[in-house]
Design a protein around this ligand. Structure first.
Ligand SMILES: Cc1cc2nc3c(=O)[nH]c(=O)nc-3n(C[C@H](O)[C@H](O)[C@H](O)COP(=O)(O)O)c2cc1C
Length: 222
């Protein structure tokens, strides 16, 4: 565990590593692989939810993912986000609300399609939704609060991959459906930044084309 903690500390001060070690000791996470940070950042890619299998992350691993997700830049320290965790049977309970809303809008839907909707959140063993609580504020623009929720969602993705899982940040239609969101306990003032699907990848993901830096980078003044 010390070696794992040292890698998490990434060789700067020993304090982060010690903190992680203490966290690990408290929660006994089962760490599967621990890719180097730069390997992770340069090779990570999303995996389709249906290709994300079990066994699911342990409780300690989920706590670690959430701890990392909550450690993001947050102008004004407003904590303008929260997390909803779906695991086990709760995934299908949430799926009932998704299927109900879909069925109401598509009365002629066949049973196979309704089942697909019911199992939306059960494709991967774990789904973490990032809920944005951005709201008007005297000093901090709402836009910056929304960006912080995006950072939290990306940290969920990265933390899952760092633990040896794969992830996929998705919204799909139900992230925007107020009937579904109400059934999941998401308030009218909140929005879902994404449902991050997490599991063990069935196979290594083939990369997709990435933007050419020259197309997206301007060196100001050059
Ligand atoms: C806010 C947000 C919502 C997304 N929603 C979906 C979605 O509903 N369905 C989907 O196939 N991909 C969605 N994606 C894209 C995937 O998360 C992912 O970026 C894509 O599969 C490319 O994979 P990569 O992470 O390897 O670049 C979304 C991405 C973001 C940032």
């Amino acid at each position: 565990m010390l070696a794992v903690a040292a890698r998490y500390g990434m060789g700067c001060s020993p304090r982060p590593a010690r903190r992680l070690e203490a966290f690990s000791a408290r929660h006994h996470p089962k760490v599967h692989t621990m890719p180097d940070a730069l390997d992770l950042l340069t090779t990570r890619r999303s995996v389709k939810p249906l290709d994300l299998g079990g066994p699911p992350p342990s409780g300690a691993e989920i706590d670690m993912i959430l701890t990392i997700a909550a450690r993001v830049p947050d102008h004004g320290k407003l904590v303008p986000w929260r997390f909803l965790v779906f695991q086990g049977d709760a995934r299908l309970k949430a799926g009932e609300a998704i299927a109900r809303a879909f069925g109401a809008d598509h009365p002629g839907a066949n049973p196979e399609h309704l089942e697909l909707e019911r199992t939306r959140l059960a494709r991967a063993p774990l789904v973490i939704a990032v809920v944005s609580r951005a709201a008007p504020h005297v000093k901090i623009p709402e836009w910056e609060q929304v960006l912080s929720a995006g950072a939290a969602a990306m940290n969920v993705v990265l933390a899952a991959h760092a633990l040896g899982y794969a992830a996929n940040w998705m919204t799909e239609w139900y992230a925007y459906d107020r009937r579904v969101l109400a059934a999941l306990g998401v308030k009218a003032s909140e929005r879902v930044a994404g449902f991050v699907h997490i599991g063990r990848p069935a196979q290594a993901a083939v990369d997709r084309a990435r933007p050419v830096l020259a197309d997206v980078v301007t060196r100001f003044g050059a």
